[in-house]
Ligand binder design. Structure first.
Ligand SMILES: [Zn+2]
Length: 186
């Protein structure tokens, strides 16, 4: 049925893990030019976490509320060099080194800078994901259970975040929550 074939849209790479039915619906929104409005309607505002210090406090607060006896976090930062690909919206690294008689472990979390001007839901989803890795290494059931315990809407937020990445990947796809731009008067 060739007449139904769509040109390959490389921007759909962020939605590979979802069903063909879901991807078709997203493609329809793109074809109609509605995806940006859907996202902005669902998430009208950007979060206010603007600096690495504010980001550190945000992530550590979240951790303290949900993870007991978790490893301490040494550093949290926005990373402008991070390439956002299907599986790297943020990263966590654990560096262990011997200091005197002790083994010191440092945990660092980095979040791609594009999420500095984004809805809080997206920042929260990434923070939850990287925090869950402090306890669970693999993306298995235990990992996602922990994510959902920290944020019951985890899967919805991840899907919407991937919709946003899909939007950005389209020709002319601009940041929808760029706070440096002045909004037109309502
Ligand atoms: Zn992961």
């Amino acid at each position: 049925m060739e007449r139904h074939a769509r040109p390959y849209n490389p921007g759909m790479k962020y939605l590979k893990g979802y069903s063909p039915d879901t991807r078709n619906k997203v493609q329809l929104l793109l074809d109609r030019g509605q995806l940006a409005d859907v996202l902005r309607g669902r998430y009208p505002k950007a979060h206010g976490v603007r600096t690495d210090k504010a980001l550190y406090d945000y992530v550590v607060d979240l951790r303290n509320s949900y993870i007991r006896n978790g490893a301490p976090i040494s550093k949290v930062a926005f990373d402008s060099k991070m390439q956002v690909i299907a599986h790297a919206l943020g990263t966590h690294t654990t560096i262990s080194r011997v200091q005197g008689m002790k083994l010191k472990t440092k945990h660092e979390i980095r979040i791609a800078t594009i999420f500095r001007s984004a809805p809080e839901a997206f920042l929260r989803m990434i923070a939850v994901h990287e925090l869950a890795h402090l306890k669970e290494r693999e993306h298995d059931k235990a990992f996602y259970n922990l994510c959902e315990r920290m944020e019951p809407n985890y899967h919805q937020y991840e899907f919407d975040l991937r919709l946003y990445l899909t939007h950005l990947d389209q020709p002319g796809g601009a940041n929808l929550w760029d706070m440096t731009r002045t909004l037109p008067e309502a």
